[in-house]
Design a binder for this molecule. Structure first.
Ligand code: ADP
Ligand code: ASP
Ligand code: MG
Length: 413
C-alpha cells in the first residue's frame, strides 16, 4: 500500500464533467488500496476571473483582501470533487489550506510555507478517507488566509507529500510530462522521461510554468519523488530525479525555457563609484521587487549605464523608484522597455561540453536575432531578446541543439 499525493491543475477540473473524470480516476487508485491525498486548483480561468473582479474595484487592492478573494476558487473545486467521490461510494473530505494547518509566512499573494501539521490528515487517512485539499493557499500565524503565488497548487502538493512522507507526488496536468520546451510553441518538442531537479529548477525559474519553482525547490530539498503526468491519458510521464540516467548519453542541453514576463529598465549616466549598484538596487529590493538579469557597462566618462530586468507587473513600480534614485544620484534618464523576452537553454551536460554559448549565439545570429543581455549559471545560458523574435528563437535553438531527437541509449551498444 502506498501513500500518493495527486495534484490536478485548473484545466483538469475545468468543468463538472472533468471533475467527474478526476473523481473516477482517484476512486480507481483508492480501490487499489492506496492512501490518497488530492490537491486541486481552481477551475481553469477562475483565478483570472477573480483577479479581474478585484481590478474593477481598485488597481492595487490590499494584498490580504486579494488572498481572501483568490483562495475561494480552490474552495469550490475541493467541495465539488469530494461530492463526486462520495457519489462513487468513496469516503472523501475536503479541506481549505488553513484547515489542514498549512502554516505560511504573512507575505500575502506570495506566501511561503513554513510548517504543516499532519495530525488531522493522518487521522482521515487512517479512517480510509480520501483527503481533498485546496491548493495554492495557507494561513499565517494570526489566522489570515494567504496564497502561494500563481501556480502555487503544485507547491501545496509537494509540501503535503514531504510532510506526509508520501511515496510519490504526482502532478496531473494537460500535457503528458515535461517536454524539451513548451509543446504548444514547438511542434517537435519531445517528452523527457526523466529530468534532474537541478534542470527542472532552472527551467521553472526561467519560465516553464509546467511546475511552480517553489514546488521543485521543495521536492529537491525534501527529496520528494515527483512525477508530471497527463490527467486523462495513461503514460509514464516525466520523473524528476536527483541523478541523470547513467545508461543514457547525457545531452548537452535538456530543454529550452522562455519567459515573456520580463521588462527592462536602464538608468543612464550613473556615477561610477563604489556602492552605486547598492544605491540603485537597494530601494528596488525594499519595494519588494525582484530583479532578474543585471548588466552594468564599462565606464568611459566616469559614469556607467546600469540595466536590469524585472517582472512586467513590477515595471511601473520599479520605474517610479528608479526615477527617485536617478535624481538622488544626479544620474541621467531612466528608460523602460517591456517588449522583451528571455530565452534560456538548460542542461547538466553543459558542465562537460564546451562551446554551448557559441552554438547558441551562432543559431540566433543566423536568424538575425539580436542579443540584448546575457546571463549564465553552471547549467544554463539565458539571453534577453526582443519579444517579437521569441518563438523564432525557441524554434531555432530547439533544432540547433537537436532536441527533437532521442538521446542515444548506450546500454544497447
Ligand atoms: P495546470 O493548470 O495543470 O497547473 P499549467 O498550465 O500550469 O497546468 O502547466 C501546464 C502547461 O505548461 C502546458 O499546457 C504547457 O503549455 C506549459 N509548458 C511550458 N513549458 C513546458 C515544458 N517544458 N513541458 C511541458 N509543458 C510546458
Ligand atoms: N489557481 C491558482 C492559479 O491559477 C493556483 C494554481 O492553479 O496552481 O495560479
Ligand atoms: Mg500550473
Amino acid at each position: 500500500m502506498s501513500l500518493i499525493v495527486q495534484k490536478f491543475g485548473g484545466t483538469s477540473v475545468g468543468s463538472i464533467e472533468r471533475i467527474e473524470q478526476v473523481a473516477e480516476k482517484v476512486a480507481g487508485f483508492h480501490a487499489n488500496g492506496d492512501d490518497i491525498v488530492v490537491v486541486v486548483s481552481a477551475m481553469s480561468g477562475e483565478t483570472n476571473r477573480l483577479l479581474a473582479l478585484a481590478s474593477e474595484i481598485q488597481d492595487q487592492p490590499v494584498a490580504r483582501e486579494m488572498d481572501v478573494l483568490l483562495s475561494t476558487g480552490e474552495q469550490v473545486t475541493v467541495a465539488l470533487l469530494s461530492m463526486a467521490l462520495n457519489k462513487r461510494g468513496v469516503k472523501a473530505r475536503s479541506y481549505t489550506g488553513g484547515q489542514v494547518r498549512i502554516l505560511t509566512d504573512s507575505a500575502h499573494t506570495k506566501a511561503r510555507i513554513r510548517e504543516i501539521d499532519d495530525a488531522r490528515m493522518r487521522r482521515d487517512l487512517e479512517d480510509g478517507s480520501v483527503l481533498v485539499v485546496a491548493g495554492f493557499q495557507g494561513v499565517d500565524e494570526s489566522g489570515n488566509i494567504t496564497t502561494l503565488g500563481r501556480g502555487g497548487s503544485d507547491t501545496t502538493a509537494v509540501a503535503l507529500a514531504a510532510a506526509l512522507h508520501a511515496d510519490e507526488c504526482q502532478i496531473y496536468t494537460d500535457v503528458d510530462g515535461v517536454y524539451t520546451t513548451d509543446p504548444r510553441v514547438v511542434d517537435g518538442a519531445r517528452r523527457l522521461p526523466r529530468v534532474t531537479f537541478e534542470e527542472m529548477l532552472e527551467m521553472a525559474s526561467m519560465g516553464s510554468k509546467v511546475l511552480q519553482i517553489r514546488a521543485v525547490e521543495f521536492a529537491g530539498k525534501y527529496n520528494v519523488p515527483l512525477r508530471v503526468l497527463h490527467s486523462f491519458e495513461d503514460g509514464p510521464g516525466t520523473l524528476i530525479t536527483l541523478e541523470v540516467d547513467s545508461a543514457m548519453e547525457t545531452p548537452t542541453i535538456s530543454g529550452i525555457a522562455f519567459n515573456r514576463d520580463e521588462a527592462k529598465l536602464t538608468i543612464e549616466g550613473v556615477p561610477d563609484t563604489p556602492g552605486v549598484a547598492y544605491k540603485i538596487l537597494g530601494p528596488i529590493g525594499e519595494a519588494n521587487i525582484e530583479v532578474d538579469v543585471i548588466v552594468q557597462n564599462v565606464s568611459h566618462d566616469k559614469t556607467v549605464d546600469f540595466t536590469f530586468t524585472v517582472s512586467r507587473n513590477d515595471l511601473a513600480a520599479a520605474q517610479s523608484v528608479l526615477c527617485r534614485v536617478a535624481s538622488e544620484l544626479s544620474a541621467g534618464e531612466v528608460c523602460a522597455d517591456s517588449k522583451i523576452a528571455k530565452v534560456s537553454v538548460v542542461g547538466v551536460g553543459m558542465r562537460s561540453h564546451a562551446g554551448v554559448a557559441s552554438q547558441m549565439f551562432a543559431a540566433l545570429a543566423e536568424e538575425g536575432i539580436n542579443i540584448m543581455m546575457i546571463t549564465t549559471s553552471e547549467i544554463r545560458i539565458s539571453v534577453i531578446i526582443e519579444e517579437k523574435f521569441l518563438e523564432l528563437a525557441v524554434r531555432c535553438l530547439h533544432s540547433s541543439f537537436g532536441l527533437e531527437r532521442e538521446p542515444k541509449d548506450e546500454s544497447t551498444h
